[in-house]
Ligand binder design. Structure first.
Ligand SMILES: CC(C)(COP(=O)(O)OP(=O)(O)OC[C@H]1O[C@@H](n2cnc3c(N)ncnc32)[C@H](O)[C@@H]1OP(=O)(O)O)[C@@H](O)C(=O)NCCC(=O)NCCS
Length: 345
């Protein structure tokens, strides 16, 4: 980090000190489907054990959406809760950004479907795809619209129905993922809950480590592509694990340096909930005490773009995060992509 230029050259906002924010998170909300899929049930589906899954990942159960429940349904429910929390009506929303890799269909966007479902008639709407890093990417993009005074109220949602792209015959991946959605409302407020800074990164040279090969313009759906199982998520777990620990560690250092903060000033770390061992390794690298690291991976597994948003909602509503606390959000995902954000609650 010592080779990096001074923070204010990289982040103009830092010139005025990290407290000069104009973007606040005024609402949080989340929704997970009712159906719980336990490790015991997975033992009956593939060659695995509860002991293997818990010891290697920390996951005990995950939520699975109903067959007639699409990503936009999960997203809309989380959005309504975030709007209620913020005391904002749907017709006050200027922009909806949905981060997802499991849209209802290739087009139109999930954001447009959410706009209709919640009745946000005035809002512009688009999707953003940065896999499991999607929520922080969307947060940073949404913030730009607030900071530039383009919009007053932006709804940022991370939502996934990963059960629709998981290969339920592949024990290497099917035990890891779950469905759910989380949302925040961004507004221009000179008070607490401010997003102080965020960073994003990507390395497309490692795209093949985690991908779904079929269904896009390169390999459109055919009988062959379906029988070759190309419409399912594929992953090199070990390589993803190593890259995740390094990237989230560096992203954390980047945003802390920008804000002139050290780890002991952070009250709550909310990392992407992919695997308890990844979270432990990142926390260890950063010197973050385990009691300050929020975890719900045991109950929801990896919900990709929804993961940090669901955890933030739980931490706020559960009273774990208190006014004035400094939060560090960390994400990592396919792309490869990664990101971090600092929030003063
Ligand atoms: C997938 C992951 C849990 C595997 O854990 P691991 O400790 O790396 O496991 P290893 O690679 O050492 O061992 C894998 C072995 O367990 C087996 N295995 C894999 N899944 C299994 C399961 N569900 N049950 C039982 N055995 C399993 C493999 O077949 C392999 O067996 P082999 O050595 O005989 O070939 C881990 O690599 C991981 O979490 N990676 C990151 C995944 C992730 O978070 N992705 C999303 C990022 S956004």
């Amino acid at each position: 980090m010592s080779d990096l230029p001074p923070a204010h050259f990289r982040n103009p906002r830092a010139r005025h000190g990290f407290r000069s924010r104009t973007c606040s998170i005024t609402g949080v909300g989340a929704y997970v489907p009712e159906r719980i899929l336990t490790n015991a049930e997975l033992e009956r589906m593939v060659d695995t054990t509860d002991e293997w899954i818990t010891s290697r990942t920390g996951i005990r159960e995950r939520r699975i959406a109903a067959p007639d429940e699409a990503t936009s349904d999960l997203a809309a429910k989380a959005a309504v809760r975030a709007l209620e929390y913020a005391g904002v009506t749907a017709d006050q929303v200027d922009l909806i950004i949905v981060a997802t890799i499991t849209p209802d269909m290739l087009f139109p966007s999930v954001a447009c479907l959410v706009q209709q479902k919640i009745g946000a008639k005035r809002a512009a709407a688009f999707d953003l795809e940065a896999a499991c890093s999607g929520f922080i990417y969307a947060l940073e993009v949404g913030q730009q619209f607030i900071m530039s005074h383009t919009y007053d109220t932006v709804l940022v949602i991370g939502a996934e129905k990963l059960s629709s792209i998981v290969d339920w015959t592949d024990r290497n991946t099917c035990v890891l993922f779950g469905d759910g959605a989380g949302a925040v409302v961004l507004q221009n407020r000179q008070r607490s809950h401010g997003l102080l800074t965020a960073c994003m990164g990507a390395d497309g040279s490692k795209a093949s480590l985690l991908c779904m090969p079929g269904g896009g313009s390169k390999i459109p759906a055919t009988h062959d592509s379906v029988s070759s199982r190309l419409h399912y998520l594929r992953m090199d777990g070990r390589e993803v694990f190593k890259n995740a620990v390094t990237a989230m560690g560096l992203a954390a250092q980047e945003v802390l340096a920008r804000c002139d903060l050290t780890m002991d000033q952070i009250q709550c770390v909310i990392p992407h909930q992919a695997n308890r061992r990844i979270i432990d390794a990142v926390a260890h690298r950063l010197g973050a005490p385990v009691e300050r690291v929020y975890m719900n991976v045991d109950r929801f597994g990896n919900t990709s773009a929804a993961s940090v948003a669901i955890a933030l909602d739980e931490a706020v509503r559960g009273g774990i995060v208190k006014r004035g606390d400094l939060l560090l959000l960390l994400v990592f995902g396919a792309g490869l992509t990664w990101g971090a954000a600092v929030i003063e609650w």
